[in-house]
Design a protein around this ligand. Structure first.
Ligand code: G3P
Length: 219
């Protein structure tokens, strides 16, 4: 499973990139607004660090506006992927962008029917938002499993990005289901490698090592 980071924060992106396991980045208007800089400038800085797919979202609601924005965003770099919402206008936009060779990430996906239709329109990626479904007492991961089954049924190659991940169990479940990608906030990436037994083990090994060195020094 590929790992994307879900942030527009350059420091977090650089840090996660330095771990050597980062495959891409997803942003959205909320994440970019947190950084406070001009969005295009921020995206330019991000694509300098990460060579894998970097998602940038359109904010128009009509096809014409979305296509116009998408074409501008796509000029930033060849690895920019256009995030388009799962609406009927988004569907038509996806079809047009796909015919123009522009990659898309269909965002705010909350049903398997949406996921099937966006794939038919030529979506490169689809992003089911698991955390937001959990928030309303639905099983976010059930949606990911449904999409996986449907895509397998029809040999669809749209890649599933598990999004709105809130904790390490979401990441683990995404891998169990066989999702293509998990897009994970920085704080959760850090938690994925954290284990108290690893920390206790390191402490004990170092204490024993020190003991041995002291003993040898005294001889
Ligand atoms: O990847 C989508 C993500 O940014 C949304 O996450 O936590 O706002 O539901 P959240």
């Amino acid at each position: 499973m590929k790992l994307f980071i879900d942030t527009a924060n350059l420091e977090q992106i650089k840090k996660a990139h330095s771990y050597g396991v980062l495959d891409g980045v997803t942003t959205n208007p909320t994440l970019l607004s947190r950084e406070g800089s001009e969005p295009i400038d921020q995206l330019k800085k991000i694509v300098e660090v990460v060579k894998g797919p970097v998602s940038a979202e359109v904010t128009s609601l009509e096809k014409e506006g979305m296509v116009k924005e998408a074409k501008e965003l796509a000029k930033i770099a060849s690895n920019i992927v256009i995030k388009v919402p799962c609406t009927t206008e988004g569907l038509a936009t996806t079809k047009e962008l796909s015919l123009a060779g522009i990659k898309t990430n269909l965002t705010l996906c909350f049903s398997a029917s949406q996921a099937l239709l966006v794939a038919k329109a030529g979506a490169t990626f689809v992003s089911p938002f698991v955390g937001r479904l959990d928030d309303i007492s639905a099983e976010g991961m059930d949606l990911v499993a449904d999409i996986k089954t449907i895509y397998n049924n029809f040999g669809i190659d749209t890649e599933i990005i598990v999004a709105s991940i809130r904790h390490p169990i979401h990441f683990l479940e995404a891998a169990r289901i066989g999702a293509d990608i998990a897009t994970v906030p920085f704080a959760v990436i850090e938690k994925l490698m954290k284990h108290p037994l690893t920390d206790i083990g390191i402490k004990r090994f170092l204490a024993d090592w020190d003991k041995l060195k002291k003993k040898l020094d005294q001889e």
